[in-house]
Design a protein around this ligand. Sequence first.
Ligand code: ZN
Length: 1016
Amino acid sequence: MTRSLFRCLFASLFLIALGAAVSAQVKPGRDPNQPIDEEYTKKIREYTTEPFFNSPLTDYLPASPQVPTPKTVLGDVAGAPGKLPYAEDVYRYMRMLEKASPRVKVYTIGTTEEGREMIAVAVASEQLLARLDENRGRLTKLADPRLINLDDNEADKLVAASFPIYYITGAIHSPETGSPTALMELAYRLTVDDSAYVRAIRDNMVTLITPVVEVDGRNRMVDVYNWHLAHPQENWPPLVYWGHYVAHDNNRDAIGLSLKLTRNVLNVFTTWKAQVLHDLHESVPYLYDNTIGDGPYNAWVDPILTDEWQMIGWNNVSEMTKFGMPGVFAHGNFDTWSPGYLMFIAATHNGISRLYETFGNGGADTVERTLSPAEYGRTWYRQNPPLPKAKWSQRNNNNYQQTALLTTLNYFSNNSKLFLKNFYIKSKRSVEKPKNEGPAAYIFPGDDPRAGSQADLLRTLQAQGCEIHRTTAPFTVSIKTKKKAPAAATGSPTPTPSEPGVAAASPSPSPSPTPKTEIRTFPAGSYIVRMDQPYSRIADALLDYQYWAPNDPQQDVYDDTGWTMGELGNVQVVRVTDVKVLTAPMDRVNGDVRTPGGITGESTGSGSVYLVNHNADNSLVTLRYRLKDVAMETAEEPFEAAGRKFNRGSFIIRKAPIAELRQVAMDLGLQVYAVDAPPVVKTHPARAARIALMHTWQSTQDEGWWRIALDQLGVPYAYISTQDVAKDPELRRKYDVIIFAPVGSSPNSIINGMPMWGNPIPWKTTSLTPNLGKIDSTDDMRPGLGYSGLLNLQKFTQDGGLLIGAMDTADLAVNAGFTPGLAIARQQRLKAIGVVLRSKVVDAASPIAYGYSDTLAIYTLNGPIFNVSNLAGGGGGRQRAASRTSGRGTPDDPDTVQGRPPVEAPEMPTAEVWQALPLTDEQRRNGIRVIPPVMRPRVVFRYADNKDLFVSGLLDGGDEIAQHAMVVDVPSGQGHIVLFSNNPIWRGQTKGSYFLVFNAILNFDNLNAGRKLDEK
Ligand SMILES: [Zn+2]
């Protein structure tokens, strides 16, 4: 009986059952009638360190008279010691395959930040590849069931006629080096192997392969490895740059979509209508299929998907266990919560996300590897653990990667109809979201004061594949809202989503407020993200709130726990469950969401003045630098002009190059208002300050997120290292602002760098390492900032410069003694793990707060707990409230000394948590340590009160940081040091807090504006 006969006779369900039964009898391994490549096979066995580190699927290579093996390009077999191909070598091989066989097609899928090509390679039988387009037509209908009116019978027909797309991606993490050669050889096997096992894959599905995701980083890693081969006795350079901007975090970009590699892979996944995205990593012995992972699971994915994780993951483990390969397991400690991982693109777009961690040596050396007890211990999910000690080779790694992929592809192929049907059901359930679990839609109100930020967030959703609509008339819906906090709670009431002009309220974990409903009318021009669309899940996951229970059984949190995009974008987003919203008059937005820009009220008079409202939209900083030679002023107070209200910080341009200004306003979607006379308001210059971004030679990732933000917004800067600063006592001559973004290191290691013993470690462009250097270079990566660097930074601020630090670099500035009056308290119980918190403006007149409303959601990861004092060396902790001694009366009564008349004790000074305690007379007497009022730290933002603090993610012990200062401006000589307890620029997700940094930059020489000094 042939398959085609089956197809004619039986319904698809029968086919699945029979197909699985038939294939289960197919023995994995070579077809004895197909010759093998003897020489290649011999080498595979030679480089495999133990027979049990191989399988019947990969311990041979089938021979082909026409199709070249990877050896043609590598000069040896895949996984051979000492062989690490550049991306271009891998591509050359894939294109040789394409040329030699009709079973391979290579596609360019885009370029990297540094202009290198990314590719995808499709491998399947020539019959399937010839039918790619018609198959895509069917998959498109399964992916968007609205096209077939959600007709299940029609879907069944489409499923029966379709074949699935399984997308594999390799080498996203550059020090994880094995996947490119494994994928070269896998492509070869899928093309030529005639065993029934491999034919079942090739004839029933398309395997799509991107062999190198992080192409820029791959080539740098190969350089480093080649340097190591040329200097076998020396320490080699750590891979301080992977991609152009970030390292490991290139696998945390599926929320913000800042990186080209994320967008390219996302586009392939959604345009091919793939069913799986399977990403290859190396860190855990020997093969950890982390797809199933551990709780808490992402709360927005379809439960059908989590069942699929279990099915595929356990089959994978079970098949490899049968081969006798040790150390193959699932579950482990990866929590499946964040949608930021590359593979999660599939999970949030109705596919199946998968990920392997195999065991790599960080290069192609064969070495003895000794594991830790935690790695080789047997546990319930790892009954056949890895060996405590073994010689390990890149070939072993390639065997594991390919064997696992082949078993998984074979299983997927045998169950392809089931998974295609699931793909349809998941897509259909996404479309049916409004009438099931909800919500019905998210509304972006048309009167949001930050139209630019709103458009930016909507464009991110569009890039995620979401459809955006815009209302053409006002409409009214009922909104579920929360009751105000109970009367017992003190402080300002929590804003609710029903208040116009206020972002949606944070869900307070306790006490539980009762939901109620109110009617709200939204203006025409509001944007609607409908949930009755195929990619509703990603929009829901990004726009909703996250709640990670502090008592969750999962105590090892893998990554960020909160990411609510409206909050972090400082954009109003209203979640609506009322399905009536879907009937509001609206049109689909064609093309990118843009705000209209231009000049309004332009007069013909030569004395025209141009006004731009400051609303903390990031395009304002672009405007400033696009017109960097044009003088602009900043209003220190709100004012009215042209019949409109302008916020503090608004730009006033007296002499503008009109045509250029109009063009920039149109490009940026900014409204410029022309008036005949300047408003009467105090101003100071808005500077296009000269910026330096300082990096260490130990880690560049976290500053990479700052760098990409500056680059994307067109803010120019000099890129300098701690070593440059160590050598330059005249920094102020070159720069107005030095940004020291978070490093992820202790102050100690920033100052000391790497140990100076051993050989110098170069990072520079040479013929041996053509891809190193370039972004920045050094003859020796080891030296750090040093004490000379600290002195030079201090001199820079004393000379009038502005130093900006955040999180651990704020810690450095405080601990270096740069900030008298600012201290950091040791954390005792705070757990703020990649969380979104609420902050409040303390000093709205500070230029750093320009354009902001009263509250702002921010991101932090256990940021420093700031305390301010009016005394130098004031220390971190302080007495909050004096308590009475034991004695007569109640706790509030004064003590009474017997036998003498009572005396009234003078009242002790009190202050809010974010304030410095007022000085006592005793402290002022010979007040050597009293900081003059003009030199005292100025608190601009603080964390919200404890009851309002939590927005999204995991927060425990929040009272420890609640109300504490968050953004502090410390005068330093003629200059300033501005320090953040939050990370204002993070993973392209915190665009609402970027302008805190930009405000500091544009006003670096007028940060004292609006300051009210203490009297004494
Ligand atoms: Zn990895």
